[in-house]
Design a protein around this ligand. Structure first.
Ligand code: FES
Length: 102
């Protein structure tokens, strides 16, 4: 019997807050767009089995320095955080409140 594999072409939030990272000018990075990587915010190849329709976003920063990379996977400015995690947090809280009062 084969083990059950959950596959999805849907992104999942890896965390509710962005990842603070140090980036190097000209270096190539692969940002995890699916949320399944264990090496957030970067791709570890997990999308190949867990979200085969998705692919990492490859990017090269234009300067050295710190950056906030999105971990909720809802940003409109990938790979950088745009504050969308606040919407994700609010959605989670409202969902929890609805379940509490059912
Ligand atoms: S593991 Fe998420 S895009 Fe590769």
């Amino acid at each position: 019997m084969q083990p059950l594999r959950l596959q999805s072409s849907q992104k999942v939030p890896a965390a509710r807050f962005p990842c603070r990272v140090r980036l190097e000018n000209g270096r190539r990075y692969a940002w995890c767009s699916c949320g399944h990587s264990q090496k957030q915010p970067f791709c570890d190849g997990a999308h190949r089995t867990k979200a085969p329709d998705m692919a990492p976003l490859r990017f090269s920063p234009e300067k050295d320095g710190g950056a906030l990379l999105c971990a909720c996977k809802e940003t409109r400015t990938p790979p950088y955080c745009d504050g969308s995690h606040l919407r994700v947090l609010l959605r989670d809280l409202l969902g929890a409140a609805r379940r509490l009062f059912k």
